[in-house]
Write a protein of this length. Structure first.
Length: 48
């Protein structure tokens, strides 16, 4: 989570931030700690 926060602060305002996640983790993403905040910071991109 801290990595996403730092990346968001380092980017110019309005820049889209995305993170890569495997399909196995995407299925359990709703169980991640603070998953809503993760989604507020960055858009997930799921790799098969």
């Amino acid at each position: 989570m801290e990595t996403l926060r730092r990346a968001k602060r380092a980017l110019p305002p309005g820049t889209a931030l995305r993170f890569l996640i495997g399909s196995d983790q995407a299925a359990a993403f709703h169980r991640w700690r603070e998953f809503r905040e993760v989604l507020a910071l960055a858009e997930p991109v799921v790799a098969a």
